[in-house]
Design a protein around this ligand. Structure first.
Ligand code: SF4
Ligand code: SF4
Length: 61
């Protein structure tokens, strides 16, 4: 799954703009990724100017 480091993220919206399935919800001071819709294409990781996004293996809860 894709994770965002909210401490680093400046909510610029670049990732939400590039996401092909539109699963990134951006708020003024928050960001959410709908992991059910996300295809893990990783475009958002490449587009993020400050590398606030990362891919992590699915967690076993
Ligand atoms: S592109 Fe990066 S800095 Fe911009 S909103 Fe997305 S995660 Fe945050
Ligand atoms: S990995 Fe792809 S589908 Fe998932 S949030 Fe990023 S851009 Fe969207």
């Amino acid at each position: 799954m894709i994770e965002v480091d909210k401490g680093d993220c400046d909510f610029c919206g670049a990732c939400a703009a590039v996401c092909p399935v539109d699963c990134i919800e951006l708020y003024e001071k928050d960001i959410k990724i709908d992991s059910k819709k996300c295809t893990e294409c990783k475009l958002c990781i490449y587009i993020c100017p400050i590398e606030a996004m990362s891919y992590v293996e699915h967690e076993t809860v």
